[in-house]
Design a protein around this ligand. Sequence first.
Ligand SMILES: CN1C=C[C@@](O)(C#Cc2ccnc(-n3nc(C(N)=O)c4cc(F)ccc43)c2)C1=O
Length: 352
Amino acid sequence: KAPPDKLSMDEFLVDALKGSVIFGEPRNLACLAKTWKGGGLNSKVHPQETDENEGVLLIEKLKAVDYEYREDIHWTKSQGLLGTGSFGEVYKMEDKETGFQCAAKKMRIEHFRAEELTTCTGLMHANVLPLYGAVKEGLWVTIFMKLMEGGSLGQLLKQCGYLPEDRALDYLGQTLKGLEYLHTHNVLHGDVKADNVLLSGDGNHAVLCDFGHAAHLYPDEMGNYLMTGDYVPGTETHLAPEVVMGKRCDAKADVWSSCCMMLHLLNGCHPWVQYYNHPLCLKIAKEPPPLREIPSSCHPSTAHIIRSGLEKEPAKRASAAELRKWGDDLLVGMGIVGGLKSPWRGEYREPR
Ligand SMILES: CN1C=C[C@@](O)(C#Cc2ccnc(-n3nc(C(N)=O)c4cc(F)ccc43)c2)C1=O
């Protein structure tokens, strides 16, 4: 290891942060998270230090005490399980000192990918779930985030079958706004689907969550921003052709997934599964896009948006920004400016 005066700023920061929980900056958390990858140093070198507690809290309502933030001592899970994300369970939690409530995703360190934090630290957008901090306690990593009382779009679909077109268009539009922001910050979400879109208590505000499959996008010699590193593929039914073919992919992979999600919202079932058996990867690579699953009752412009996002060639596929713009114009065209016509938890609709 380089002598202290030769450490980079980040290495210096991490050295100072190891073994403590502090109130700090997103950048501090990103640096520390990189040392948690692969089970962290201590789990191998010093197995006895498996209750070491370190991390960075990003909001003042989560209060570390004497550089510690431990479950059941400083914070506690309240009520039941909210959901299960990629490799983790999500709970409602409460800070014991402030009484502040938020959500917490807890996972074993072997399942933790530093990208889950390095991709979302420092990002702030109305349609991206805010990060409140993260701590490691022994061999567990817990990530804190804003509580979304409306639950996930996946849960909404289970309750009401499929969504009316105006609601589906509005949720797709909000998801595309979040994707547009991530893509301009060279982040690929990697697992866009209804389970990873969360809703406010009144169902009107949607945010993208779960960066467990996210990846940083880097420019190649041609200036295309491509994904590198160990991408863990997302949900099979929503994977883009270039992903199943193992090609290096770019932000357009998220656009394909967002339109697979739109088919799920409109039909109440995932694309492909009604026509093909597993493994679906071969079909996604070989077959034409699932355009026959676009409901015939859809507005022609809604069908156009989905077709443009389901182009098999990434270069020909629309970007998140283009689809979002068409979606906005369509909602205006449909006369939906002030508010949506259909209730957000309407009557049950038998999946098509
Ligand atoms: C910013 N950030 C930090 C961690 C993160 O990668 C995640 C996640 C994740 C995965 C699955 N599910 C939920 N999930 N969260 C909530 C909530 N916040 O209220 C929730 C509520 C549910 F009813 C069901 C699943 C839920 C959250 C991420 O994005």
